[in-house]
Design a protein around this ligand. Structure first.
Ligand code: AMP
Ligand code: GLY
Length: 423
């Protein structure tokens, strides 16, 4: 099979690494890719926003299958255009990608199909939203409807904070994403991420993970795209996984199909495990980054036929096997991230991979044949271990051998699981 992978982050490096191990693979191309991905794929300079150019390339190289990593091309309808051109594609349609693209869309789906989630209302102007907040009281959660790079959510502990967040949204702090606001009940519990494939009819549960959004140790400081993750998430017991499939994932799949938007791709469900059980916080319609890195480390099965079955409606014929070990990834970021940081700082050394540990590239480039850091999140040091504690020790031992002066990382990735393992 000839495969084209779209994307350039740590998530796509992990996907490329795993796809490259498939005996079914004849050739792997990545657009645009990164220097880590270049170890497994031929990099192609394609403007991914130019769907006609992607299709033309796929036809020229007789690509059998396209795997789309990030959300932006999905929300822009790249999967629809590729499928219309007769090319099998992993990733949901533009209509189904609204599960990530519009929080109001997802909340309405939950209401229609009785999927557990916080009580909510949608608003197109500030005054009625404020009246609702005053009636409900704090804590309460204010969300810009659209994609706001993870910054559009305020968990307001006081009414004043909630009212200020409503003003921010309608004053344009998140651009068009904030033209509509969802006000949602505060859910109390432990968060977990749940990954599951769907071909529009069948669901295949993958694995669970937990990430660390704050930049600082002890979960302090501003939010980021994710400073590290581990899998599995201990709060997701077998019972919780079963309930999530039955109460959240299955009604979503049947509801989306009934509404004429069958979902094909990966569900990345953000869950709050409350006293009542799993409740949906949000859906993403792609693999998490860096959650994907720990999932790929733990996946025993060949990834390629599983993704292909998802894309071609044959998910009932495949299965996914997982290692019992835990995996943990530590993000090395440029000093200053998530604020301003220097670009093109030199990375002198990245240690060799083994079967148990690997450094994935997220924001790197080659400049005059030398590896430099170009992004905020730059490397994902990922390792397996019998326990999260052991995976954590392996990952930090490897991270300490990376030679990159301008890099930093959190030192406590996995702390909740480690504390549980000690208890
Ligand atoms: P989201 O972008 O919707 O995942 O929200 C970002 C973060 O805000 C989540 O990961 C949660 O930590 C928090 N959050 C979102 N919605 C709620 C809620 N209803 N109750 C409590 N925390 C929430
Ligand atoms: N790590 C969170 C995300 O990919 O959205």
């Amino acid at each position: 099979m000839k495969v084209l992978l779209i994307g350039s982050g740590g998530r796509e490096h992990a996907l490329a690494w795993k796809i490259a191990q498939s005996p079914l693979l004849d050739a792997l191309y990545a657009a645009p890719g990164n220097p880590g991905i270049a170890d497994h794929a031929r990099l192609v300079e394609l403007n991914v926003e130019d769907h006609a150019a992607v299709i033309a390339f796929a036809k020229e190289k007789a690509i059998d299958f396209v795997v789309i990593g990030p959300e932006a091309p999905l929300v822009a309808g790249l999967a629809d255009d590729l499928r219309a051109a007769g090319i099998a594609t992993f990733g949901p349609s533009k209509a189904a990608a609204q599960l990530e693209g519009s929080k109001g869309f997802t909340k309405d789906l939950c209401a229609r199909y009785d999927i557990p989630t916080g009580a909510y209302q949608r608003f197109k102007s500030a005054e009625p939203a404020k009246d609702y907040v005053r009636a409900q009281g704090a804590p309460i959660v204010i969300k810009a409807d659209g994609l706001a790079a993870g910054k559009g959510v305020t968990v307001a502990m006081t009414e004043a904070e909630a009212l200020a967040a409503i003003n921010d949204c309608f004053d344009g702090a998140f651009g068009a994403a904030g033209a509509e606001v969802v006000v949602e009940a505060f859910l109390d519990g432990e968060e977990a991420s749940f990954f599951c494939l769907s071909d529009g009819k069948t669901a295949l549960a993958l694995a669970t993970a937990q990430d660390h959004k704050r930049v600082g140790d002890g979960d302090t400081g501003p939010n980021t795209g994710g400073m590290g993750a581990y899998s599995p998430a201990p709060v997701m017991t077998a019972t919780m996984v079963e309930r999530t499939m039955k109460e959240i994932i299955e009604p979503t799949i049947s509801g989306m199909a009934k509404d004429g938007n069958p979902f094909s791709g990966v569900f990345f469900a953000g869950l709050m495990i409350t006293a009542k059980g799993p409740e949906l916080i949000e859906y993403n319609v792609r693999f998490g980054d860096p959650e994907c890195q720990v999932l790929m480390m733990r996946l025993k099965s060949d990834l390629l036929p599983v993704l292909y079955a998802t894309a071609t409606g044959t998910l009932d014929r495949v299965d996914a096997e997982w290692r019992d070990e835990a995996a943990l990834t530590v993000v090395l970021a440029s000093k200053g991230y998530p604020g301003a940081y220097d670009k093109n700082t030199p990375i002198a050394h990245i240690p060799e991979a083994s079967e148990e540990a690997k450094v994935f590239h997220a924001g790197t480039a080659l400049k005059d044949d030398r590896l430099v850091a170009t992004g905020g999140r730059v490397l994902n040091v990922t390792a397996l271990g019998k326990t999260v504690t052991e995976a954590q020790a392996h990952a930090y031992a490897l991270a300490d051998r990376v030679e990159w002066e301008n890099g930093f990382c959190r030192r406590d990735i996995g702390w909740q699981a480690v504390a549980r393992e000690k208890a």
